[in-house]
Design a protein around this ligand. Sequence first.
Ligand code: SF4
Ligand code: SF4
Length: 373
Amino acid sequence: MEYRTYKKNGNKVSLLGFGAMRLPTLENGEIDEERAQKLIDLAYDSGVNYYDTAYMYHDGKSQSFLGKALKKYDRESYFITNKMPVWMCDTKEDVDRIFNEQLKLCGVEYFDYYLIHSLDSDKWDKCLEWNVYEYLDEKRKQGIIRNLGFSFHHTPDVLERIVNAKQWDFAQIQLNYLDWEYQDAKTQYEILEKNSIPCIVMEPVHGGALAKLPDEAESVLKEVKPENSIASWAIRYCASFPNVLTVLSGMSTEEQVVDNLKTMTNFEKLSDKEQEVLQQALHIYKSTTLIPCTNCKYCIDCPANVNIPEVFRFYNDYKFNGNPQWLLYNLSTLGDRGSENCVGCGACLEKCPQKINIPEQLSKITELANSLK
Ligand code: SF4
Ligand code: SF4
């Protein structure tokens, strides 16, 4: 197993971190503890020492499972993390209640790494109002939290604000080769690096989307490394950044654990040539999966008043975020300017410099939206 040393505290952290948010489940949705324990044991025996849980994973049950699963191992031989969900707190007092509950649920005296969960601008304002940082900082001083950080889902300017406001030991961001530009993970990573804050990567495979690419894109990768899985490219991409402390993978099957272990044992950074090949695959992925609308608005005077570029923008964003409710909501905001209003007159076809078959794409999106309802 490859390890990264956090200079500030000397922690040797495995480059592969185990995210306990997608553990194997039984038919009734409960964690399949026997199978999940086997995955933890396999990871631990292979050198993984970073285990990540949160208050809401598996309806709160990930915490107690993980605590139990790790109990048989020497407490100093692994790092366990947990997170404060400020959006689940109705009052300031809930922060204290949840934190103490988490220690109990995990059966630990301290958390090695502790994060304020999923910060954005609003949640950060709530933290400031309730002195959440100060509360957790006190726990850090008492040794109940060994390293204090936050996970983040918002824009780089908000990240900069949070980074500059307090003393953080680490931060967790969504980083993968798709979001590098799309979610501006690049700027986020650079902000952390500039401030010497080690970066923990979440969603390296973009929720599984980068584990299976269109055939043409997969061929490009397979030609260079026929024996490597498609997901392993995504993991290696993230792990190749020097300021990354660990790459979290929410593993559900033995196959995924074995594949990730293979990638992170005798880890090799992506070479320049491999980076190039990965960009080629990404280009194919984008061009075959997304509608290449540039929002030039040449088509905006549609006689049926369809807001074509907005429909396409929502569709493309959905291809990235994979959230059907999000797509349905955004399409509904278009009112009578949605894709379903296209009458197929074809007037837009010659106006589109990208040669998009607009009525055909609109019809597909209408069909998709209907199937998601
Ligand atoms: S084909 Fe549809 S989208 Fe294009 S101009 Fe006609 S009604 Fe509008
Ligand atoms: S003309 Fe084509 S590229 Fe331009 S906004 Fe319309 S669909 Fe998009």
